[in-house]
Design a protein around this ligand. Structure first.
Ligand code: PPS
Ligand code: ADP
Length: 286
């Protein structure tokens, strides 16, 4: 059962990418480099250049010894997996791998994990980030706690165990998106350090980028865009993060976003900080 969750909508209203032919399905297609999104947002015309990326990379690393953490589509074919409840489950490997998809997309798949109190601006940042990256021709997908609780996680409450499971599932889904080559943006309170760190451990070093919305509780509560703090203070919502439920701030996240002299940077300025980080670390190219 869920309660008090709201949908967030992200309007990617600058550019749309148009496929111009059927060759994409047969041949794969090359970089999104020529994506041009100035004020008039002209759509790319040549992003479907056929390439041999898939064929050549297949031969170059199909033999590589890939561990589960290296690539979810890798793994040892002979290994029987004792993970979880199911026994005798064997990983099935495919020759089209993350590196091929990244080449196709001209970016590197990763997880941007936005954590913070309710009202700290996680969803707003996720959306600004998706918009900024979309304008640069980069493929993103947002996994917003509120939204995922409307579907995949609709069976979960806000009790501690269910929050743990919420974080775990979103971590696994975010990892799949990253493996698809997508810049996956997870935006959820994720109040427990241990569980965020467990999601980090699912990915290769560097591919999990934790963004801490370090906004004081008083500011979040003053915003109270959904009226939930008011209900929590009145005792009408029990176990509300920051009021009568814990939030463990990250100790060493990659990016910390804070107010400066009590003024909160704009969402697009915050998004720029994250985009600069991705650029510097090479995630915006294959
Ligand atoms: N008890 C309680 N505590 C915290 N938040 C609550 C609660 N009940 C409902 N909500 C609403 O649910 C949103 C948080 O969902 P998450 O999936 O991000 O939470 S968690 O990571 O599992 O802790 C959160 O959305 P955001 O404001 O976007 O963070 C709230 O709107
Ligand atoms: N950088 C910002 N500066 C000022 N207000 C913001 C900023 N980011 C978000 N807000 C506002 O704060 C409220 C909560 O934002 P939201 O993104 O829904 O937070 P969260 O997803 O963490 O609950 C909204 O009313 C939003 O417009």
């Amino acid at each position: 059962m869920i309660a008090n969750t709201c949908n967030h909508y992200c309007f990617l209203n600058c550019c749309s990418v148009h496929s111009s032919g059927s060759s994409a399905t047969k041949l794969g297609f090359s970089s999104f480099n020529s994506f041009n999104c100035g004020l008039n947002c002209s759509a790319r015309s040549d992003f479907l250049k056929p390439v041999k990326a898939v064929e050549s990379s297949r031969t170059s690393h199909i033999e590589a010894n890939i561990t589960h953490a290296d690539d979810v589509s890798g793994g040892n074919l002979d290994k029987r997996c004792g993970n979880g409840m199911a026994e005798n489950v064997v990983w099935h490997k495919c020759s089209v791998q993350k590196i091929d998809r990244q080449e196709l997309l001209q970016q590197k798949g990763c997880v941007i994990w936005i954590t913070g109190l309710s009202g700290s601006g996680k969803s707003t940042l996720a959306c600004a980030l998706a918009r900024g990256l979309h304008m640069r021709g980069k493929l993103t997908y947002i996994l917003d706690g509120d939204n995922v609780r409307h579907g995949l996680n609709k069976d979960l409450t806000f009790k501690a165990d269910d929050r743990v499971e919420n974080i775990r599932r979103i971590g696994e889904v975010a990892k799949l998106f990253a493996d698809a080559g997508v810049i996956s943006i997870a935006s959820l309170i994720s109040p427990y350090r241990k569980d965020r760190d467990a999601c980090r451990a699912l990915l290769q070093e560097g591919d999990f980028i934790e963004v801490f919305m370090d906004i004081p509780l008083q500011v979040c509560e003053a915003r109270d865009s959904k009226g939930l703090y008011k209900l929590a203070r009145a005792g009408k919502i029990k176990g509300f993060t920051g009021i009568d439920d814990p939030y463990e701030p990250p100790l060493k996240s990659e990016i910390v976003l804070q107010q400066k002299e009590e003024i909160c940077p704009s969402p697009s300025d915050m998004a720029d900080v994250v985009i600069s980080y991705l650029e510097r670390k090479g995630y915006l190219q294959a």
